[in-house]
Design a protein around this ligand. Structure first.
Ligand code: 58G
Length: 232
């Protein structure tokens, strides 16, 4: 997969995109990415990309033209061009799976009080990572990139991918324990030392269901949970 970020702050991307599993995905040749800066497409010699809102009011608006030129630089026929904004459709695990099947993504990050409304036609989709306003679309773009890339086959190690499946099933993960067996007087569940893998699997399924009921009852009410271990 190829991801292009359209951003006024390209320096925010390498620390996240080069670390951990995302960095490994690039090393393995499963991901390439880059940034394009609308400031490089500004029409004036001061490289301005924002201007005052027509009709007055506080703050500045990102101008349509530098954004359009930056998007044109990286857009291809097969690319999904996505704008991150609080007004978008809420991004979730299913959207991550869907976007992971695309060959190219262009993730467009706004700044200031928003972008000129006429620029919205540049985008195939408008996504939000949740109901809050941030100072820029860069963190949401990185959230989307992280969630999408880890869905690309081969990016996660086999055991990591298996763990992901349990959340994609619509349930929270089962509780995990590691050494020591007793920590500050609290024992790890005995069943995990039984060596009986069928019994461990059954315990984990029940524990995941109990944890979901307690912490996220909305997931169970949504009715998309697989509660008895079927595979799809
Ligand atoms: C209204 C307000 C329109 C994404 C701000 C556009 C982006 C939150 C999210 C904006 C974002 C999210 C200006 C800064 C978009 C622009 C950007 N905030 N919830 N802020 O995904």
């Amino acid at each position: 997969m190829r991801i292009d970020f359209v951003t006024l702050f390209p320096e925010l991307f390498p620390p996240v995109m080069d670390a951990g599993i995302l960095g490994r995905a690039r090393d393995k040749g499963l991901l390439s990415w880059g940034c394009v800066n609308p400031r490089d497409f500004s029409a004036d010699k001061r490289r301005r990309v924002d201007d005052r809102p027509f009709g007055g009011g506080a703050g500045m608006v990102l101008m349509a033209e530098p954004l359009a030129r930056a998007v044109r630089r990286v857009r291809t026929k097969d690319a999904a061009v996505i704008f991150l904004s609080p007004q978008g459709v809420t991004f979730d695990d299913a959207a991550a799976v869907r976007l992971s099947q695309r060959e190219r993504l262009v993730l467009v990050c706004g700044r200031y009080e928003g972008v000129d409304e006429r620029a919205l036609r540049l985008f195939d989709e408008e996504l939000s990572i949740g109901d809050y306003v941030l100072t820029g679309g860069e963190l949401p773009a990185l959230v989307v990139a992280d969630a999408v890339v880890r869905k690309i086959p081969g990016v996660l190690k086999k055991d990591e991918a298996a763990a992901d499946e349990s959340f994609a099933s619509g349930l929270l993960d089962f509780p995990q324990y590691t050494r020591p067996r007793v920590w500050r007087g609290r024992k790890a569940p005995e069943v995990l030392f039984s060596g009986d893998h069928a019994k461990i699997r059954a315990w984990r399924r029940q524990a995941a269901l109990a944890s979901t009921r307690r912490k996220r009852p909305d997931l169970i009410a949504a009715g998309r949970t697989r509660t008895s271990g079927e595979s799809a």
